[in-house]
Design a protein around this ligand. Structure first.
Ligand code: SF4
Length: 209
């Protein structure tokens, strides 16, 4: 199944897609992405556009794709560095995965006010940046963290419980959908999301060994 495309009538989404497609490499793409104001509400409230982290050199072994930056990410300009990021780092280590070998991205690069769920037009517009990031980085495996990211890759009717724990081929990549670390925090150390997230990351590590 192909990742969703922006609606044809959305001029801002088209402009993002055009600007992203013209970037020949990651550094240029990040430079063009940072001043983006395609979503006026998000652009007015953010401190940073959180473009994402990539390995220092070479192709990422896998990509982690979340929903959107939180408060700490907005302050620092880096993805998954708050409480969710700390738990993600811990579970990656337990699973035998090295964050330094991953691209760490979000489907929306600006923090939604109050950490609300991104709106459909915001997801559609920012999708132009993410599609180009994936084109340029070309990770063979993607881990979609949480339902919003899972829907971006697998379609709007996705039910997380029905798609997790196995890979799905999307545009030539193996896409795994699993819980977001924030759900693992919300349900506690003995909750199903934490165990499910660890199990899925461990399964991904097994495919990369
Ligand atoms: S969320 Fe994405 S598309 Fe919207 S303003 Fe931020 S960088 Fe641009």
């Amino acid at each position: 199944m192909a990742a969703p495309r922006p609606p044809r009538f959305d001029a801002a989404a088209s402009e993002v897609a055009r600007a992203a497609a013209a970037a020949p490499d990651w550094t240029t793409l990040a430079q063009v992405n940072r001043p983006c104001v395609a979503c006026p509400e998000l652009a007015a409230a953010r401190q940073h556009v959180v473009v994402g982290d990539v390995p220092l050199a070479g192709r990422p072994r896998f990509a982690l794709v979340g929903e959107a930056p939180g408060a700490t990410e907005d302050e620092t300009g880096r993805p998954f560095v708050g409480r969710s990021g700390a738990l993600l780092d811990q579970l990656l280590a337990e699973a035998g995965l090295d964050r330094g070998e991953a691209a760490v991205l979000n489907i929306v690069k600006c923090r939604p006010p109050g950490n609300r769920t991104p709106k459909a037009p915001e997801v559609a517009r920012c999708g132009g940046w993410l599609r180009r990031q994936l084109d340029l980085l070309d990770p063979p495996v993607v881990v979609a963290l949480g339902l919003s990211a899972a829907k971006w890759f697998l379609g709007p009717r996705t039910v997380l419980a029905q798609v997790r724990a196995r890979p799905h081929e999307v545009d030539g990549r193996a896409v795994w959908a699993t819980y977001h670390p924030s759900a693992a925090i919300r349900f506690g150390p003995n909750g199903a999301p934490r165990a499910g997230l660890l199990a899925d990351l461990t399964a991904v590590a097994g495919t990369l060994a």
